[in-house]
Design a protein around this ligand. Structure first.
Ligand code: 3PG
Length: 398
């Protein structure tokens, strides 16, 4: 098992992967352009910020698993991985606390204009009069957009600051809202209009691209705080700049549209940086989160080595297009399943999914095949009369 780590991971992680029998290569300097030439015959690719393009996936000879050492998978060309049958796994929930802490930090920093005050003091300017104008967070309403693990953690921290929390999320139920003590606001514009602070906690995908647009920002209160620690592309940057100018929004953001992928680079949008409190996508970058993620990478590789199926896959189809389930209880002997598959192939029936469970003593097994069509009675009779098959049962899937 060859593992290529194309980002920085701790020595302990590398040793743990080697202990699993892996031949581990570490090259933290690889970027998206170098990766196609570097991937070679690696079985597993581990990346953090490094983008994995279709070129890398097509160039890979043996790749079966890509692990994103983080939560968001928008840096990986998942549709190419799907086409080649390559698993993509992530490390969900491991940087929740780190990102939530930064979101709260950015809220306070935006309210108190900590970055501007620091910059002035560094230039010997004491401007107490100017920076002594903050609204404070206590008693204000925080509108959270997206209520996964990070959104929930931010809600908890905000409640400890005595903020009222309102949430918009597609999947939020009244029961969950009640459990977390938050108000459920099913309409984004209403949430924008009610909130003194808005914080974004959504994954980036086609549906969330520029979800925060001109009309959302126009619906926000003048002088409200806007925080983004999710993905830059969720927000229309041009509309955000306009809202900062016209509505005096106070903004704290850790993520940017088209931000650099690496650890060191130049940042192009200095106009935006001059208008906001900003950090270079460091939400997940705490020791606590890095250690938890590194441990999870090892757990994913271990699950893959032991079972052939990795933990936390993000690209497995929830349900195949199978319409029939064929259960074949059979003696655990060579060629029994090959005979079943042969009969299905000759009938033009496709096997969409298949599992074979072996019982203790290894004498018998039960194979479940999910098929795209029902085999004829004649085929089923032939299978039943095979001396190696104990029983055959066909059921339409609900
Ligand atoms: C994530 O998706 O895990 C976070 O946004 C952190 O991303 P990073 O690993 O590139 O810092």
């Amino acid at each position: 098992m060859k593992v290529l780590i194309a980002d920085k991971l701790s020595e302990t992680t590398v040793s743990a992967l080697k202990a699993l029998g892996g031949e581990v290569a570490v090259n933290p300097d690889l970027n998206a352009d170098d990766l196609p030439a570097a991937i070679g015959d690696s079985d597993i690719l581990v990346v953090r910020s490094t983008k994995v393009s279709s070129k890398t996936i097509e160039a890979a000879k043996n790749l079966s698993l890509i692990i994103r050492a983080g939560a968001g998978v928008n840096t990986i060309d998942i549709s190419s991985a799907n086409t080649r049958g390559i698993y993509v796994s992530n490390c969900p929930g491991k940087n929740t606390d780190a990102v939530a802490e930064l979101a709260i930090g950015l809220m306070i920093a935006a309210d108190r204009r900590i970055a501007n005050a620091t910059a002035d003091l560094r230039e010997s300017r004491w401007k107490k009069k100017e920076y002594g104008k903050a609204r404070g967070l206590k008693g204000r309403t925080l509108g959270i957009i997206g209520f996964g693990a990070i959104g929930k953690s931010v809600a908890k921290h905000a409640q400890s600051l005595d903020m009222n929390v309102a949430v918009w999320s597609r999947s939020l139920t009244s029961a969950t809202a009640e459990e977390y003590g938050v108000a459920h606001i099913p309409n984004l514009a209403i949430l924008a209009g009610q909130s003194d602070v808005v914080s974004i906690h959504l994954a980036y995908n086609k549906e969330t691209h520029h979800l925060i647009n001109k009309s959302f920002l126009e619906a926000m209160k003048d002088g409200a705080i806007f925080v983004n620690t999710s993905r830059g592309e969720v927000v229309d940057t041009a509309a955000l700049k306009e809202a900062i100018r016209t509505k005096q929004l106070r903004v704290g953001t850790d993520v940017f549209e088209n931000e650099p992928a690496g650890g060191e680079d130049t940042f192009a949008d200095t106009e935006l940086a001059g208008m906001i409190t900003a950090t270079p996508h460091i939400g997940a970058s705490t020791d606590q989160a890095s250690e938890a993620i590194a441990d999870e990478v090892v757990r994913i590789v271990r699950s893959f080595a032991e079972t052939g199926v990795p933990l936390h896959t993000v690209n497995i189809r929830a349900r195949s297009s199978a319409t029939q389930s064929l259960v074949v209880r059979h003696y655990n002997r060579v060629g029994v399943l090959a005979g079943v598959l042969d009969k299905l192939r000759n009938s033009g029936i496709n096997v969409e999914e298949m599992t074979n469970i072996i019982f203790e003593t290894s004498k018998a097994a039960c194979c479940t095949l999910l098929l795209d069509a029902a085999p004829s009675k004649q085929i089923l009779d032939q299978m039943s009369h095979d001396g190696n098959i104990i029983e055959v049962a066909l059921k339409p899937l609900a």
